[in-house]
Design a protein around this ligand. Structure first.
Ligand SMILES: Cc1cc2nc3c(=O)[nH]c(=O)nc-3n(C[C@H](O)[C@H](O)[C@H](O)COP(=O)(O)OP(=O)(O)OC[C@H]3O[C@@H](n4cnc5c(N)ncnc54)[C@H](O)[C@@H]3O)c2cc1C
Length: 325
């Protein structure tokens, strides 16, 4: 196994996705704990412009693999081409994004490489000489530090976990161009990506977000959430996916991996359990308050203030108190 960390770049519509630079930040964190070289691998056709962008932004060497006719993402092709390429390189770590793309190919890639696969990594630490990968388990209620003695590890990194370096590299990295094709039969045909027409309804700009979860109990109770939000200037109402799936709120208000990622100064989560798919969309908020009747709710793990109470009791009292001040 080589002292090498490989970052698999994610891109769409001819642009490098910001998560790629978070993967580089994760790779640099690993490098500080266990000295190693870092390289970025990018697959596409054409691939040169993407590779140039990566080398200029990060200063790292980039393997630009042109896969004829691969304009977007294709799981079968990624698994096949990357497995062949990485078998030659033998990196210790392969960093992928914990996104719909990364999660689609990372486990299969790990199987082809015979490597360990740890998904949803939020932090990397060293404990008693072991490199530990922190991830949530049991629906986000518990946090586990995972260790593996397998020499090769494929990681999927949760978006928002590592801060990308905002500055541009002083010197661009070298770009190595190659051409490769899938060596295994392609079992699916990509028909392209259909973009949702949903646009965030003010939650991206809001300074304060009051978010409703299934704990709100009934669509009529949402009135309490709107009244609470009205107490704050620059506020907006958001919701968990379940609340949007039930049609209580619009998808333009959904926070989470399949919704919007928000970063208000204050996020008030009302009756939200704190599933990782929701938390990854709001954890970067400045100050988080959660109201939940379950003292063990996972949302409390990321909250600055934890209110263990029935929200239908707490919120009316809160509104009344605020209005009399
Ligand atoms: C691929 C995938 C993508 C997903 N994407 C998203 C996403 O983008 N965003 C998202 O939110 N979810 C997403 N989910 C769903 C996610 O896993 C959870 O199911 C969802 O977030 C749970 O919503 P919730 O917290 O509102 O409901 P629940 O998990 O049902 O939690 C309700 C909470 O309310 C509390 N409660 C109940 N009554 C009261 C009361 N009276 N007062 C106070 N507290 C009360 C309960 O204790 C509980 O903690 C996704 C799931 C998958 C598989």
């Amino acid at each position: 196994m080589n002292s090498l960390i490989v970052v698999i770049a994610e891109h769409a519509d001819g642009q490098i996705r910001p998560i790629t630079y978070e993967l580089v930040a994760c790779a640099r964190r690993l490098q500080r704990l266990q000295p190693a070289d870092i390289r970025i691998v990018v697959l596409s056709d054409p691939v040169e412009t993407l590779a140039e962008t990566l080398s200029q932004k990060t200063g790292l060497p980039v393997d630009a693999i042109r896969v004829p006719h691969l304009t977007g993402y294709h799981g079968d092709v990624y698994r096949s081409v990357l497995a062949k390429f990485l078998k030659d390189l033998q990196p210790r770590y392969v960093c992928t994004a914990h996104t719909s793309q990364g999660l689609d190919f990372a486990p299969g890639l790990a199987i082809r490489l015979g490597a360990a696969c740890i998904t949803g990594v939020e932090a990397v630490t060293e404990i008693n000489g072991d490199i530990c990968f922190t991830r949530r388990i049991c629906g986000g209620k518990l946090v586990a530090d995972m260790v593996t003695d397998h020499p090769q590890r494929v990681l999927s990194i949760l978006p928002g976990s590592f801060s990308a370096d905002a500055s541009e590299a002083v010197e661009p990295g070298a770009v190595f161009c190659k051409t490769a094709t899938s060596t295994t039969p392609v079992r699916s045909i990509s028909r392209g990506i259909l973009r949702s027409s949903v646009k965030a309804s003010g939650i991206m700009e809001a300074d304060v977000i009051v978010a409703a979860g299934r704990g709100v109990g009934d669509k009529d109770n949402l009135e309490l959430i709107f009244r609470m939000a009205a107490l704050f200037s620059g506020s907006a109402v958001a919701g968990s996916r379940i609340v949007c799936d039930m049609g209580w709120l619009d998808y333009a208000q959904q926070v989470g991996v399949t919704g919007f990622t928000v970063q208000p100064s204050l996020y008030i989560a009302c009756g939200i359990s704190g599933a990782i798919q929701h938390v990854s969309g709001m954890r970067a908020s400045g100050f988080i308050v959660a109201i939940n009747s379950d003292p063990n709710a996972a949302i409390f793990n990321v909250s600055d203030v934890c209110i263990v109470e029935d929200m239908l009791t707490f919120i009316p009292l809160f509104i009344e108190t605020a209005q009399h001040q």
